[in-house]
Design a protein around this ligand. Structure first.
Ligand code: ARG
Length: 459
């Protein structure tokens, strides 16, 4: 046991209590941020004359040494210390004696941990954004290559109308683009520095909070010291954004799993991204997609856990808040891993264009267009809907597609049909006549692809 406090205690902490209270096993994850924060703090203390320049320089030099020794493995973060803050400070004091004892002037672990967590989360927000950008690039490539790859679009998992693979991928492009916008919003709101809030009521030292904030790339200091030490909104927002990302990945995974099934065979997952069965030699399983779908619950769990932890905490800092770390770290790592793996899987996946196209031909995906044909020839839509319903029944009975019916057969049901019906209900026509913005028609799709490209070039 090694702790920074103890002056007012007459007994040793019970070992179980110590273990229960300690956080070093998990908060060592942000040792870099802890040192970065201390360097900024000491730089400011020196500038303000609270420490001498020499003292500040000595502390900074030693903090940097500690960081590089931890990085190259010569200094081990020992779990003998209560938390990462204690480890860094105690190591500094070991090396610098009295000068080291001045590091914590005008600071509390409350504002220190608030800062560390924010710095760490800020870095994770950016890392997640970079991974999503890669995913969008892969999606855009698939879109560009498949504006003519016709496939069935589904509602209720029933074939509905023909679309293209570009159009289907475009839907996910929009989702992940919004996810990136959410991350950007979070960054904008969270990028304020809590350091200098002290334990809860600021400090009597003449700290320059604007300066420390600037040193660490924040837009400025937080404006209320009680809120500064006890705000975890940014983390809840990030976990919420990660949950939404996972929800999108999970839906996408579900589709990949269906598309990869023996019945569909729309896609083939690359060998490098699938796994076999220990008993059934023929198996090639979509484990990555299944795991991404499965891990979604874990990320939701972190969000609900933190919301629940925070709901009963009076101002300002309470130890409950230490619970903000483990599940959040797990959620951040999980989401990043899932995005990266999914991107790799998607990038190497083969789309069976012929199978997709053939699949769109059966299932009456052109029934709406047959009805529209009648409407264009003066039949009221409700009547046209009824006529095509009859045609579909006839085709089901004869096990054929609408396109396979002869003109005589069609005319027997409605005399309005002429030879041009075949062209009007071909898959190409069905897709390429849909030209409203956001629709699958090739020209409409190409306009959207150009806009998405522009977006990616700027973001
Ligand atoms: N390990 C603590 C946490 O994560 C650091 C802050 C400790 N502050 C205190 N007053 N005990 O929240």
């Amino acid at each position: 046991m090694a702790q920074l406090w103890g002056g007012r205690f007459t007994k040793e902490t019970d070992q179980l209590v110590y273990n229960f209270n300690a956080s070093i096993t998990f908060d060592q994850k942000f040792y870099k941020q802890d040192i970065e924060g201390s360097i900024a703090h000491v730089t400011m203390l020196g500038k303000q004359g609270i420490l001498t320049n020499e003292e500040a320089q000595d502390i900074i030099k030693t903090l940097k040494e500690i960081q590089s020794e931890v990085e190259n493995g010569t200094l081990e973060i020992s779990s003998e210390y209560e938390d990462i803050h204690s480890f860094v400070e105690a190591t500094l004091i070991d090396r610098l004696g009295d000068t080291g004892k001045k590091l914590h002037t005008g600071r509390s672990r409350n504002d220190q941990v608030a800062l560390d967590m924010r710095l760490y989360t800020r870095q994770e927000v950016m890392a997640t954004d970079a991974l999503l950008e890669e995913l969008l690039n892969v999606l855009l490539r698939i879109m560009e290559e498949n504006t003519e790859t016709i496939m069935p679009g589904f509602t209720h998992l029933q074939k509905a109308q023909p679309i293209t693979l570009a159009h289907h991928m475009g839907a996910y492009f929009e989702m992940f683009k919004r996810d990136r916008q959410r991350l950007r919003d979070i960054f904008e709101r969270m990028n304020y520095c809590p350091l200098g809030s002290g334990a809860l009521a600021g400090t009597t030292y003449p700290l320059d909070r604007d300066y420390t904030a600037e040193l660490m790339g924040f837009y400025g200091p937080t404006l209320n010291s009680m809120d500064g030490v006890s705000d975890r909104d940014y983390l809840i927002e990030f976990l919420s954004a990660l949950s939404t990302i996972m929800m999108h990945l999970s839906r996408f995974s579900e589709e990949v799993i269906i598309w990869n099934s023996n019945e569909y065979q729309f896609v083939e997952i690359d060998d490098a991204y699938s796994t076999g069965s220990s008993i059934m030699p023929q198996k090639k399983n979509p484990d990555i997609a299944e795991l991404v779908r499965g891990k979604t619950g874990r990320v939701y769990g972190a969000l609900v856990s933190l919301l629940t932890t925070m709901k009963g905490i009076p101002l300002a800092y309470n130890k409950d808040m230490q619970e903000d770390k483990e599940l959040s770290f797990d959620a951040m790592d999980t989401a990043k891993g899932c995005i990266a793996l999914f991107t790799g899987m998607l990038d190497t996946m083969k789309f069976n264009q012929e199978v997709m196209r053939n699949s769109s031909k059966n299932g009456f995906t052109n029934a709406t267009d047959a009805a529209d044909y009648l409407v264009n020839h003066g039949v009221p839509f409700r009547d046209a809907h009824g006529i095509v319903g009859q045609i579909v029944l006839y085709c089901i009975d004869k096990n054929m597609a609408i396109d396979d019916m002869s003109l005589e057969e069609l005319k027997a049901i409605s005399p309005v049909f002429e030879e041009d019906i075949y062209d009007a209900i071909s898959m190409e026509t069905c897709v390429n006549k849909r030209l409203t913005i956001g629709a699958p028609g090739k020209e409409a799709m190409e306009k959207v692809i150009a806009l998405e490209k522009e977006y990616l070039a700027k973001n």
